[in-house]
Design a protein. Structure first.
Length: 178
């Protein structure tokens, strides 16, 4: 992914149906997608790996983005975002497998984490198919929002603090607490 890719993934990023679990995530203008692509593109030179623009092999049509990039607390952040028309076709799982392999090749010492909102069951299903385990509700590294960390290994509680609630059934309650 590079800044020049912004116009191609814009229809995916600007589709409210893709962001049903996080309406604030919708890219309401192309400038936001340009900034996203520029940020992702800049990480290639630092870590040798970042997010990809996802295209159908047969047609070249852009259907999303994803991959892994290093976040501020040092983990590979696994991301997959696909056009609504291509949900359920196995592309997110295929993308995730390729991203996990690339992360293992580039720096296997870093954990791979998919930060997922508790209500985003389709994303949870993909992470589970990839063999990632829910390591609990934690403060996500990029934006300090509490999300479930689906990871390829245990996460330490100092770098990625657990979020705890006292009332059972509270939205975002940590299901792994004793």
């Amino acid at each position: 992914m590079v800044p020049g890719d912004a116009e191609d993934p814009w229809p995916v990023f600007s589709d409210p149906a893709i962001w049903w679990y996080d309406p604030e995530g919708v890219h309401r203008d192309l400038a936001r997608t340009r900034a996203y692509c520029a940020s992702a593109g800049s990480r290639w030179s630092v870590h040798g790996l970042s997010y990809w623009t996802v295209r159908l092999l047969a047609t070249g049509e852009v259907v999303g983005s994803g991959g892994v990039q290093v976040h501020g607390t040092g983990e590979w952040n696994l991301n997959y975002r696909l056009a609504r028309a291509h949900h359920g076709e196995g592309y997110a799982t295929e993308l995730g497998r390729a991203a996990l392999a690339a992360a293992a090749e580039h720096d296997p010492t870093r954990p791979v984490v998919a930060w997922i909102d508790a209500v985003n069951t389709p994303s949870i299903a993909v992470a589970t198919r990839l063999g990632l385990l829910d390591r609990g509700l934690r403060t996500a590294s990029l934006d300090d929002v509490a999300r479930h960390g689906y990871a390829d290994r245990p996460l330490d509680d100092v770098t990625w603090p657990r979020v705890r609630h006292t009332a059972p059934g509270t939205p975002g309650e940590d299901p792994l607490r004793a």
